[in-house]
Design a protein around this ligand. Sequence first.
Ligand SMILES: [Zn+2]
Length: 411
Amino acid sequence: MEKISSENRHIKTFQYLKRGMASAWLLASFIDTGFVTAKIMDIGIGPELKEAIIPAMAAEIISPFDTTRYKRYPDAPHKQPLPNIPNIPPRPGNLEANRAKAADDDFISDITVNPQIATSPAFTGKWDRIANEVFDYENYDDYIAKELKTATFFGQNLINLNDEMVQSLRKVETDLINSHGSGYKAPIANSTFRKKTGMHGWGMAIDFDVKINPYVLNENAEEQLNIELIGSYDNIAKFILGKEQSDLRKLKSGRSAFGTGSIGDVYDVLREESDAMKRYFSLMNDEAALRSFIKLEWTARHPDQEAPDFAKTKTQIKDDYEVLGGKTDTGAERPSGGKDDRPFAPASICGNGDPATGFLNLGKEFVEAMTNAGFAWGAIDISGEPGDIQHFDLRLQGRGAEIYNLLLKYK
Ligand SMILES: [Zn+2]
């Protein structure tokens, strides 16, 4: 995307964004180039313009699971393992948008959210009611206008953050600077506030480096796509690591299903599979490397088995690449047969995702600093639909937990 230089151009662009369906795509392009976090946050946009931008941001459905269990740890940092989270089916009617239609690849909401649902009085009432009960504001718009603030995070200007969010991010920054020095490079924050979308709707959620940290699994109720995806993750874990199956299958069981249940243990397992994914797809177009891998490493990891057929393996790798959203020979995404994108090919990043990048590219120290500051990590802590690698929110503590429970409670 070409560089846009003056502030006036920014403002004109955003006025144009008001006009319709192209907005999400355009905004996503800006987000993809770092434009939104790096630039619009500086320009002091007025409330009207804010309104124009916000609806272009995405639907993130909130987990339908009751979080009252977290009340046992009201403000504690979550170094300790959280209780095992059972897989409880969604309670209908609790979500802010139609579950089947709301995709959280984070930027495509106004295309996927049913406008009738979005404007129904009940929908409006729920957000107003929570703004009033938890924060004592007149309504949700009042909350947005008066409560949300701007902050910097490792040199990035972020807008529309709740104060608890500001404090928590400050903790993370201090922690990482203490442990890694003032030159520490944090990942790019792509998205914070998105109106009436889960915890993002309260300025209490943030997504990092979305292109290389996608929503890998369980994004929605579309079971067929999840089944296809897990098959490919299994293939990678089996072929490269010699595992029986992918540990992404365990995400719904929560932190305690991984090692000692620490976030570090969750991270290590996911990172190993993410690195295995990079390795797997690096073999896709390199016949010599694939032959050598089968002969040496594969055989070492599968001592009692006969080596797989070369041609079949090559075809399998290509197939898995397309299942995860990599470009097909025609340059397009393989149709997913539903409303949802494949993890590496969301419309929000213009189909630029590449499974060969792996799915976890946040540093371990970063994820640990975030969770130590009390953030829930979307990869594991958002019960019911874990797998959102890029996402962190404050549903586990303080007012974030109050809000989260009320979002589930009120229709
Ligand atoms: Zn998010």
